[in-house]
Design a protein around this ligand. Structure first.
Ligand code: 13P
Length: 256
């Protein structure tokens, strides 16, 4: 089953206008130079940079995504952004349920699912994040936690065309610590199995499952060569053009 790898940058709450535009321009230039690419690219800047980054990416095959969305179409939701507003800015993706939102904003599986339904209805693709905390891992609950998050936060009618899953162990985010390749493959394979039950084997086999958590050029190959790893969701290393592109290079060298 050929699944094209997705190399996705989650810029989180980083970048003022000048840095953001420079980063996007740098990525656009490199992606153009990359030639016919064996992977897909996505960048998810903060809301404030979406419009400018869209402009800076012009002509390059790099998709634009946001880092969160509200489930309502419009209305009295101070500080929130709707799926249609993201579409309007040229976004094609939105990250939903990142562990930082689950933790900082108390987002539940139920809320994440509602957001995903709304995003899909507006024609946005979602990157739905799952992953266990260190305590859950130590208690041997990694697969159970991921299973529960998949069952609760992925809409029943999700397809490989509108949904990407990102497995990000919370303890590996921004820490430099990573699971072993064997652990990652085990979780990804289990996630695909749960997806098969939930949305059917056909969709589950085509759906991209990304790994995220301290991905950098030096470890990218190890993860991106695993059979059930279809790309990476990159935080810190996506803020440097050279690192982001070095990770992508590993994805292209690992055709499955
Ligand atoms: P780091 O790559 O900085 O560990 O962040 C991963 C992440 O949370 C991406 O969404």
């Amino acid at each position: 089953m050929a699944r094209k790898k997705l190399i996705a940058g989650n810029w989180k709450m980083n970048g003022l206008m000048e840095d953001g535009i420079a980063l996007a321009k740098g990525i656009a230039q490199e992606v153009k130079a990359f030639g016919k690419s064996e992977c897909e690219f996505l960048v998810c800047p903060p809301f404030t940079l979406l419009a400018s980054v869209k402009k800076a990416l012009r002509g390059a095959k790099v998709a634009l995504g946001a880092q969160d969305v509200h489930f309502a179409e419009k209305g009295a939701h101070t500080g929130d952004i709707s799926p249609l507003m993201l579409k309007d800015l040229g976004c094609t993706y939105v990250i939903i349920g990142h562990s930082e939102r689950r933790a900082d904003h108390f987002e539940s599986n139920e809320l994440i699912c509602k957001k995903a339904v709304a995003a899909h209805a507006a024609g946005l693709k979602t990157v739905i994040c799952i992953g266990e905390t260190e305590a859950q891992r130590d208690a041997g609950k990694t697969i159970d936690v991921c299973k529960e998050q998949i069952l609760g936060s992925v809409p029943d009618d999700s397809t490989a065309a509108d949904t990407v899953i990102a497995y990000e162990p919370v303890w590996a985010i921004g820490t430099g610590k990573t699971p072993t390749a064997k652990d990652v493959e085990e979780v990804h394979a289990a996630v695909r199995k749960v997806l098969a039950k939930k949305i059917g084997k056909g969709n589950a086999n085509k759906m991209k499952i990304l790994y995220g958590g301290s991905v950098k050029p030096s470890n990218a190959k190890e993860f991106l060569s695993l059979p059930d790893v279809d790309g990476a969701l990159i935080g810190g290393a996506s803020l440097k053009v050279a690192d982001f592109m070095a990770i992508a290079k590993n994805a292209s060298e690992n055709k499955k």
